[in-house]
Design a protein around this ligand. Structure first.
Ligand code: GDP
Ligand code: CA
Length: 341
């Protein structure tokens, strides 16, 4: 069974961990692995160069989580971090003082930047880094070309008179509170999907949208030339998981991104934003939380098969149960589609 997942950072990482746990339980191959193949297409729109180093926040959030070396409490970076190197860089007046990178994390960025400068594409660099951790999930950056989400603000901020800042500056420094005119993805028009991305979508048995930021994680991946079209055309059932529960993002400030693009922070509004594949959108199925069950009507009416089930990923076990629900819902939709044909 081939399962492909489109994912951002933290929400994507938790979901992928649960998916790996679930599939290893139900499809063991007897050799400690799983006969299922999980391919994760990860957002790289948050990437940036910082003091000469290429930082890929979402790829690293996913890699660290699947490797079991992430910082659970903080929600990003490595567990057991120190920040001596960042402090030295700041003392030279360099870097972003509001964007601290831990020493262990910097090791990843140094290794990545070295390999990129050797001429390897990001997809190969990512495979090389992930090989160290044996994570059992194939990680693909959405593109090998740099695509960076920038935020055009309603009013210029002190740091930038042009009024356009990198997404991470808006997110981390301004806590997503500076009013947004629009998100622009620099480099997008000349970017292509990384090798394996379109194939992983076309050849999947099941395609899942992780409960990731619909605008700046999943939205960015879908905007890479060819990706949305591949999702629309895949033979796999396409099932998404709502990142919004009870009118709020479980963690973080995804509501600010939704507001900026005119989408209400509600599970049904996000489902409708993705739209039904039967009418020009990308979803066959949508998972909403049990507490949002009353919202199913409008999404169903739009042609998206909606299941309400617990969506809180409190730990690996609850994430695995959610992943199992998503897989079962995709299988149910597939078998119904076959019966209808
Ligand atoms: P980022 O790149 O680190 O911001 O992470 P993602 O794009 O993967 O997703 C962040 C979103 O994941 C948050 O805004 C939440 O809406 C969602 N999220 C985080 N934890 C959970 C959870 O336990 N359940 C669900 N359904 N969504 C979650
Ligand atoms: Ca991100």
């Amino acid at each position: 069974m081939k399962v492909t997942v489109l994912a951002g950072g933290v929400g994507g990482a938790k979901f992928l961990q649960g998916l790996r746990t679930h599939l290893q339980q139900v499809l063991p191959d007897g050799a400690g692995g799983s006969s299922a193949r999980i391919t994760a297409v990860i957002n790289t729109g948050d990437d940036m160069w910082l003091t000469g180093l290429r930082v890929c926040p979402d790829l690293d959030s996913v890699m660290y989580k699947l490797a079991g070396v992430n910082d659970e409490e903080r929600g990003w970076g490595r567990a057991g971090e120190s920040e001596r190197v960042s402090a030295e860089i700041s003392a030279y007046g360099l870097g972003w003082p509001w964007f601290t990178l831990g020493d262990l994390d910097l090791g990843t960025h140094i290794a990545r930047s070295h390999l990129l400068r050797e001429g390897l594409p990001l997809s190969e660099v990512t495979a090389r880094l992930a090989a160290r951790w044996n994570i059992g999930v194939e990680l693909l950056p959405m593109s090998n070309e740099p695509v960076e989400t920038h935020v055009v603000l309603d009013e210029p901020v002190l740091s930038d008179a042009s009024g356009t800042i990198h997404f991470e500056e808006w997110w981390v420094r301004y806590r997503a509170s500076a009013p947004v005119r629009e998100f622009v993805q620099q480099g997008l028009s000349s970017a292509a999907a990384a090798p394996g991305v379109l194939e992983a979508i076309h050849e999947a048995d099941i395609l899942l949208l992780a409960p990731s930021n619909p605008v700046v994680s999943i939205g960015t991946i879908l905007n890479v030339p060819g990706v949305r079209d591949a999702v629309v055309r895949t033979k796999a059932a396409v099932v998404g998981v709502s990142p919004i529960i009870g009118g709020a993002p479980v963690r973080g400030m995804a509501d600010a991104c939704l507001t900026a693009v005119g989408v209400d922070t509600r599970a049904d509004a996000v489902g409708l934003h993705y739209g039904a594949r039967s009418s020009g959108g990308i979803l066959d199925g949508w998972l909403i939380d049990t507490s949002d069950a009353a919202l199913a009507g409008d999404i169903e009416a739009a042609g998206v098969r909606t299941l309400s089930t617990p969506l809180w990923m409190k730990d690996d076990r609850t994430s695995a149960v959610l992943a199992a629900d998503a897989i079962a819902w995709a299988e149910a939709i597939s078998s119904q589609n076959i019966q209808r044909r």
